[in-house]
Design a binder for this molecule. Structure first.
Ligand code: SF4
Length: 389
């Protein structure tokens, strides 16, 4: 039986952060129970449609999944166990906002089987937290880590953001040092992406908030991230992710390796049995779909073989260990070197790419110019018709 991963989207938030364009909504708590029932119903419908599968990782993402009660998480996990063969050592992650945690809820999530907590800390600087509209302070974030440990979470990630308006390299250093002092098992350090249509983007554009850090400041922050994580013995295994030994996020590796996953909940994406499909990101449309067991969305996706080859490279090259070249050749009937002969030769020659034990990866210098490498791969792919099996 095939092993897949399961993503469950919980689109509830206390309030929208200024930079956020995720599929999440504030002010829908009154419909929380209806949403949980819809998700459980969708899990049952998908399991019936796709047939029995083993599940190796589950990720309750958001939004703010920690706005669910322990009983609601228990019900979702009971449904997963009833519909799939949940592996005994499955990694079961839940994202949480430090402003929403209680010891009681955390203990209930642990009892429901959640064994990894990913806390959206973002910064440990109170002024920056307020500027980006987070609902918690740095002290609450530190308290959340302590409560999570007390509740029995042995596998803990902290999400941090760099490149915030007005943020200096010194502030980033302080945040990262304070985060490391909390001894998480995993750190995700994401650069802010100014998404169009968000309040933060409007403020930056209008000049009504502090300006974004310049290129030099960002380079300094990146260098600090590399140095401080290394000194604290977190190994970088992906562009933005660092882990203590054996604590790399197994669920995210499934995405970067383009392995099969099923996404349930509003706006969730799936890649299963060669089908690519998406749930509606609109609240009512999703509930209507789930409550009517509508399987119409399971139409074949539109991505071509070339799209899939490019995606395999784009996702795989995010990892320090790169792309599994042998699996690529097996799946597409064509070696990577035959799909991109020019770019691979150029990148290898200029020291941006290398190969080892059937994996092709970007060197540290290559990682710094990843977007440029991807553009070259795309251009070469677009420049010729593909052939082969
Ligand atoms: S808590 Fe997360 S999902 Fe919710 S608004 Fe903030 S960034 Fe977006």
């Amino acid at each position: 039986m095939e092993t897949i991963s399961l993503y469950i989207h919980i689109p509830l938030c206390v309030k929208k952060c200024a930079y956020c364009d995720f599929a999440s909504f504030a002010g829908r708590m009154a419909q929380r129970e209806r949403y949980v029932q819809a998700v459980c119903r969708e899990i049952r419908a998908q399991a019936a449609f796709f047939g029995p599968r083993r599940v190796g990782t589950v990720f309750l993402g958001g939004g703010t999944p920690t706005l669910l009660t322990g009983a609601q998480v228990q019900e979702i996990m009971d449904t997963v166990r009833a519909c799939f063969v949940l592996e005994e050592d499955a990694e079961i992650t839940m994202e949480g906002n430090p402003g929403t945690l209680t010891g009681e809820n955390l203990r209930a999530y642990r009892r429901a089987g959640v064994n990894r907590l990913s806390l959206g800390v973002q910064s440990l600087d109170d002024d920056l937290l307020a500027a980006i509209g987070r609902i918690h302070t740095s002290a609450e974030a530190a308290q959340a880590v302590r409560m999570a440990r007390e509740a029995g979470f042995e596998n803990l990630n902290l999400d941090l953001m760099l490149g915030l308006p007005g943020q200096t390299a010194i502030q980033w250093k302080e945040t990262l040092e304070s985060a490391i002092a909390l001894a998480p098992d995993h750190l995700s350090c994401y650069s802010l992406i100014l998404e169009e249509g968000t309040p933060l983007e409007a403020r930056v554009r209008a000049g009504t908030c502090a300006p974004l850090p310049g290129e030099d400041e960002m380079e300094e922050m990146d260098a600090l991230t590399a140095r401080l994580t290394q000194e604290a013995e977190y190994a970088q295994y992906e562009v933005s992710n660092y882990a203590r030994p054996s604590r790399a996020c197994r669920h995210n590796i499934v995405y970067w390796e383009c392995l099969p996953y099923l996404g349930v909940g509003l706006g969730a994406h799936s890649d299963l049995d060669g089908r690519r499909f998406y749930n509606p990101a609109d609240w009512e449309a999703y509930l209507h779909m789930a409550e009517s067991d509508d399987a119409a969305r399971l139409a074949e996706g539109t991505n071509t073989r070339e799209d899939r080859m490019f995606e395999r490279m784009m996702m795989g090259l995010r990892q320090v260990r790169g792309v599994d070249a042998a699996r690529f050749a097996r799946d597409f009937g064509m070696e990577i070197e035959r799909v991109w002969p020019k770019t691979l030769a150029e990148m290898t020659h200029s020291g941006l790419m290398a190969a080892h034990e059937e994996r092709i990866f970007l060197t540290p210098r290559g990682m710094q110019v990843m977007n440029g490498v991807l553009v070259r791969l795309m251009e070469e792919m677009d420049s010729k018709p593909q052939n082969g099996a």
